[in-house]
Write a protein that binds this ligand. Structure first.
Ligand code: PEP
Ligand code: MN
Length: 372
């Protein structure tokens, strides 16, 4: 189902310059000097639209720097007056909303630890009712698209029309090179579900270190995201929060100069012809895949009938082990990744079992989840 919210495309937002819509600034406002020095340099970079800085900081452990509080809002107001940049900060409750609005903050975002909680998101939405301000909703820390969409809908209901999403990655138990897993399929699915909603990628919180900022930013641009939120600090190594992932304004400028912006649509008729032909080939292969799956399920149903007549259980682990071993070898030899072979075959196996169950239970489907 595609959702239509009464929101504006990012191109229609005040202060929009060009893709990527760029939000940059330190993780946290620390001192007036740090805020002003960072903002003055960022204002020299033509792509920067909004200056960000956290005022209230959600931290994992207490007794770490938890933000300067409302005092910092005065510095943001000064940035706006002196540099002409729009300013934005994170809000996590209604008090934050009222305080930020009092100081003329142009953009508010809801952090990943807040968007997981519908009570808090609703409280923020109520505080925003009828206010004209830009609002961005970060993905919840766990990869739950419905929860993310629910938070966006709650804010839309307050009448916010300059509304967008921020993709900042998802927390995982396993350690990976990134601080947060991008799970790109989630923002892609969000785009499919709410096609007009602007999506901003936050490579800083996905990466967790300066090292991967460029590759993540480029990937977001290749996926046609509307904007980027990149943390920048005048002296990153001395930052009181997220030191490892912040860039100096100069390094940000350099990163931006390397970004390749491709067009989402082709206009050259020759290229359109070639793409059209290749897409037809893809359609043919997709149809073939569906036909083959149908045939495979028919065989599974026949097996089901034999198992039923002979009172044999559906799941035979050794057989499944054999299948997965065999396809792993042949799939990898053909250039497919282990992950994709595993995902596809688990799904096919699951579907086969469901078809066999239907046969064995006389047409009553009793979906089981086989986790291996
Ligand atoms: C931030 O933007 O500084 C922040 C705290 O982000 P997140 O909510 O994505 O962790
Ligand atoms: Mn941060």
């Amino acid at each position: 189902m595609v959702l239509e919210l009464k929101t504006h495309m990012v191109k229609e937002w005040r202060g929009y310059k060009s893709r990527p819509f760029l939000i940059s600034g330190p993780c946290s406002a620390e001192t007036e000097e740090q805020v002003m020095a960072t903002a003055t340099q960022l204002a020299q970079i033509k792509e920067v639209c909004v200056f960000r800085a956290g005022i209230w900081k959600p931290r994992t452990r207490p007794n770490t720097f938890e933000g300067v509080g409302s005092e910092g809002l005065k510095w943001l107001r000064k940035v706006k007056l002196e540099t002409g940049l729009m300013v934005g900060t994170e809000v996590a409750n209604e008090k934050h909303v009222y305080e930020a609005l009092k100081y003329g903050i142009d953009m508010l975002w809801i952090g990943a630890r807040t968007s997981v909680n519908p009570f808090t998101v609703q409280e923020i939405s109520d505080a925003l009712n009828g206010v004209d301000v830009m609002v961005l909703v970060k993905n919840p820390i766990n990869p739950d698209l419905e929860l993310w969409i629910g938070a966006i809908e709650r804010i839309a209901r307050a009448g916010i029309t300059r509304l967008g999403a921020i993709h900042r990655g998802f927390s995982t138990y396993e350690k990976t090179v990134y601080r947060n897993q991008p799970n790109w399929q989630l923002p892609i699915e969000l785009r499919r579900r709410i096609p007009d909603l602007p999506i901003i990628c936050d490579p800083s919180h996905i990466s967790g270190s300066r090292e991967y900022l460029y590759e993540i930013s480029q990937k977001a641009m290749d996926l046609n995201f509307d904007g980027l939120m990149l943390e920048s600090h005048i002296d990153p190594d001395k930052a009181l929060s997220d030191a490892a992932q912040q860039l100096t304004p100069n390094d940000l400028k350099e990163l931006l100069s390397r970004l390749v912006l491709r067009s989402p649509v082709a206009s050259d008729p020759r290229l359109l012809d070639i793409l059209g032909e290749l897409r037809e080939q893809i359609d043919v292969f997709d149809d073939t895949l569906i036909d083959i799956l149908e045939k495979r399920m028919k065989v599974a149903e026949t097996i089901g009938r034999y198992k039923k007549e002979n009172n044999i259980t559906i799941l035979q682990t050794t057989r499944w082990d054999e299948i997965i071993k065999k396809v792993m070898i042949s799939g990898q030899a053909k250039g497919l990744s282990k992950e994709v072979i595993d995902t596809i075959f688990k799904a096919i196996h699951q579907e086969s079992i469901n078809h066999q169950m239907k046969v064995m239970n006389n047409g009553i489907v009793n979906h089981v989840n086989v986790k291996k």
